[in-house]
Ligand binder design. Structure first.
Ligand SMILES: [Zn+2]
Length: 149
């Protein structure tokens, strides 16, 4: 599984979100989330395969692409800062503005795309690509008993 990309059940109140660091988020869940929630969270949280992304609403697919670009800009900027210590201050100033602008735009576009995705289509998509019993009324229901299989 990829470490970066559109993901399912990254946080319990959102179905599809962009994840910059799957392993990092999984570690965070293991260390910081209530013990009773960890197994369900870790089981449901996944970076989406291309086939699942292809069946998302167009707006979400486009938002994912904007996030991919934003991540690339961020990643390039991060590498640049590490490699070019002498011009770090200048590189941070130049790329920092670009990163902020691109990320702001990406956040807004994904939020908007999630808002316009209607409940019926969202449920159909969820049932096909996840199918878990924990996703109810737009969030993970941790009161469902954990079952194996
Ligand atoms: Zn689910």
């Amino acid at each position: 599984m990829e470490n970066v990309g559109l993901s399912i059940h990254c946080h319990h109140r959102a179905l599809v979100e962009y994840c910059f660091n799957y392993r990092g988020r999984a570690e965070f869940i293991k260390r910081n989330k209530p013990p009773s929630e960890r197994e369900i969270r870790l089981r449901l949280f996944k970076i989406l395969p291309a086939e699942a992304i292809a069946e998302l609403p167009t707006e979400l697919i486009e938002a994912g692409k904007v996030w991919d670009e934003a991540y690339k800009v961020w990643d390039d900027a991060y590498e640049l800062r590490n490699e070019v210590y002498e011009i770090r201050d200048e590189a941070t100033r130049i790329t920092g503005d670009q990163v902020d602008t691109t990320l702001d735009r990406a956040v807004k576009i994904l939020d908007q795309a999630n808002k316009t995705w209607n409940d019926t289509d969202r449920k159909t998509w969820h049932d096909k690509w996840c199918g878990c019993k924990y996703w109810k009324k737009g969030e993970i229901d941790f009161s469902e008993p954990v079952s194996t299989g």
